[in-house]
Design a protein around this ligand. Structure first.
Ligand code: AMP
Ligand code: ZN
Length: 115
């Protein structure tokens, strides 16, 4: 088994696992989180398999920019007044899927500091 064939988000990109896709670009895919933590909770992932956002920035900064731009487009499409981008990095920060992703959260009052 290759790294990507075992990766849930690579399997979503390959169409092997269903997802509620809301937008996409040549480099990124946006789909609804299966366990939403806010009225809008969308994940934006690069098509490139990298474990986290820092690795994406190092390997392909233009693809990170593409993912952030897609996240902003999703927030606009959803009519959000404000939104939060979260990139949990490492198990200690509650990262559970080790394919880089941005959480786009909005549609309710978001508190600070986060937990
Ligand atoms: P993280 O904990 O930051 O790694 O985020 C992983 C996210 O993936 C969690 O918010 C999960 O709810 C979400 N997730 C897990 N499986 C799926 C799936 N099949 N479709 C959509 N989202 C998923
Ligand atoms: Zn992957």
């Amino acid at each position: 088994m290759s790294e990507t064939s075992e990766c849930l988000f690579c399997r979503i990109l390959a169409g092997e696992v269903p997802a509620d896709v809301v937008a996409e670009t040549d480099h990124s895919l946006a789909f609804r989180d299966i366990g939403p933590q806010a009225p809008t909770h969308v994940l934006v992932i690069p098509r490139r398999h990298v474990p986290d956002i820092g690795t994406l920035a190092a390997e392909a900064p233009e693809e990170l920019a593409d993912a952030v731009a897609l996240a902003a487009r999703v927030a606009d499409d959803e009519g959000l007044e404000g939104f939060r981008l979260v990139a949990n990095t490492g198990a200690a920060a509650q990262q559970t899927v080790f394919h880089c992703h941005l959480h786009v959260l909005g549609g309710r009052e978001l508190t600070w500091p986060p937990g």
